[in-house]
Design a protein around this ligand. Structure first.
Ligand SMILES: Nc1ncnc2c1ncn2[C@@H]1O[C@H](COP(=O)(O)OP(=O)(O)OP(=O)(O)O)[C@@H](O)[C@H]1O
Ligand SMILES: [Mg+2]
Length: 462
């Protein structure tokens, strides 16, 4: 019962019903017009002809007298053209014409009458309808002139029943079509409701059904699915971050606890001091890790996208390069930088500086083969519609097989274990690139690594 009720309440059904009413009205108007133009006009024409004939006979009577009109009526009655005539005297007795007697008629004279007509067709008799005009002639004669209108009436009947049938068919087809269309619509809406229920119940991999017809329901389902994909990705990322945090913070915390306990056990003041100092160092590292993780999560969630401003990255690159130049020299190496101006991107100054810092930090840490000094080149320029910032070193580089995974959180290559680090630097860089709709490209520098930040060039709409 409710299902049927719902069906009637769908917008599709209402629309179909509205169209049905409009369609029925136009069908009725069209057929009505046809009816008017044929049946009604034909009947009118007949009336006109009869009237003209009455007039002509009346004229005959006036000019040629009784004999003249009798003559004409006899002549006309003789040919069987469906016309009926009767000339009667005051008592109603027939004088001339093919009607046997005066038909029943209203009191007022000079009027239209309709009466049954019996037609002799050899063995059988047919019952027709005649329409006639009845008038009085001077000298108390009565004249009836008419036509057999049976064919006309039948024709009008056919047109009338055609109109009724056409309307009935239009109604049935329209209602049926409306019900079918709404049923299909309801079924799909129900499927979407069902899918969203299962997703709410915890099945995050569930998706809205898509038919592939690309109609409005399909488009709705597709964009809902995109939204669900995005939510699922974010939830997975959150889960990963929390499990990473749980796993990777356990080690330093255990270490702190062990050191403090050892110091307490020893009871000596220098041990206390050392344990506290080490605890401070470890806490700093923990804080740095936390901050990096938070920044990565924020960048990946696209949270900071609203804060992107047009800026020239050459200033940022110059600033960070300047900061790292003395460090490279302290390590006995060099850091050279070259950049063109007008490197406009839509960006976040803080995060881009952080990404550059991470790349230069890596170049310093891993950019020299054992026993060598770091030689680092920073270059920023425009390639096509991209701004490309490259940091090159001459160290061991990253094997092709590892280039994909080093951007994941906490991934460090075995060759780098001797250097301090959490394995979060490149994750943050790639998160920052995602936020800027750019990419981090890792290439071979023969030898060493070429890490490139590729950002879309920003051209202000002029
Ligand atoms: N320039 C480079 N040359 C060789 N290997 C590199 C270079 N940069 C990164 N790597 C490798 O990629 C790994 C991940 O780098 P990432 O910057 O993410 O972490 P990290 O430097 O180890 O730690 P963090 O940056 O968090 O201090 C590094 O451990 C190292 O093995
Ligand atoms: Mg690093």
């Amino acid at each position: 019962m409710t299902a049927r009720f719902n069906l009637l309440r769908t917008s599709t059904f209402r629309l179909a019903a509205l169209y049905l009413v409009l369609f029925a009205i136009s069908v009725a108007a069209l057929l009505g017009y046809v009816y008017w133009n044929t049946a009604v006009l034909l009947e009118r024409q007949t009336d006109d002809t009869i009237r003209a004939e009455v007039q002509a006979l009346a004229d005959q009577y006036r000019i040629r007298g009784l004999n003249g009109i009798i003559d004409t009526i006899r002549r006309r009655s003789a040919d069987d053209g469906g016309s009926v005539y009767l000339l009667a005297d005051a008592t109603g007795r027939r004088i001339a014409g093919n009607l046997v007697s005066l038909p029943a008629m209203p009191e007022d004279r000079a009027s239209w009458i309709e009466f049954p007509l019996e037609i002799d067709r050899g063995p059988s008799r047919e019952h027709h309808v005649a329409r006639a005009f009845h008038t009085d002639l001077e000298g108390d004669f009565e004249l009836v002139v008419g036509r057999d209108v049976e064919a006309l009436r039948q024709f009008a009947n056919i047109i009338r029943s055609t109109i009724y049938y056409a309307l009935a068919i239009a109604l049935v087809l329209g209602l049926g079509g409306g019900v079918l269309m709404s049923r299909n619509f309801l079924r799909r809406v129900d499927a979407i409701t069902e899918a969203s229920r299962t997703i709410m119940a915890g099945n995050m991999s569930g998706r809205m059904p898509v038919q592939g017809s690309n109609d409005e329901l399909d488009r709705l389902a597709l964009s809902l699915n995109e939204m669900l994909d995005q939510i699922e990705r974010l939830m997975a990322a959150m889960q990963e971050v929390s499990s990473n945090v749980a796993h990777d913070l356990k080690t330093p915390l255990t270490r702190i606890k062990a050191r403090v306990e050892a110091a307490l056990r020893s009871g000596a003041e220098p041990e206390y001091r050392q344990a506290l100092e080490q605890t401070v160092d470890e806490s700093d590292r923990l804080l740095a890790t936390f901050n990096a993780l938070l920044s990565i999560a924020r960048a990946e969630a696209g949270e900071a996208r609203a804060g992107l401003r047009p800026l020239d990255v050459s200033a940022i690159v110059a600033e960070v390069a300047e900061l790292y130049e003395p460090m490279a020299e302290d390590a006995g190496g060099t850091l050279t930088s070259s950049m063109s101006s007008g490197l406009n991107v839509l960006g976040d100054r803080q995060l881009l500086a952080q990404a550059m810092t991470n790349l230069l930090d890596n170049a310093l840490k891993y950019g020299a083969s054992p026993g060598e000094t770091p030689q680092i080149e920073v270059a920023a320029g425009i390639e096509g519609d991209k701004v490309v910032i490259a940091v090159r070193d001459h160290g061991e580089g990253i094997p092709v097989a590892d280039r994909g995974r080093v951007t994941e959180r906490f991934v460090r290559l075995d060759a780098s274990r001797s250097q301090p680090g959490n394995g979060l630097g490149l994750s943050l860089v790639s998160g920052v690139m995602t936020l800027h709709k750019g990419t981090l490209v890792l290439e071979d520098n023969h030898p060493g690594l070429a890490a490139k930040l590729v950002l879309p060039l920003y051209r202000p709409a002029s």
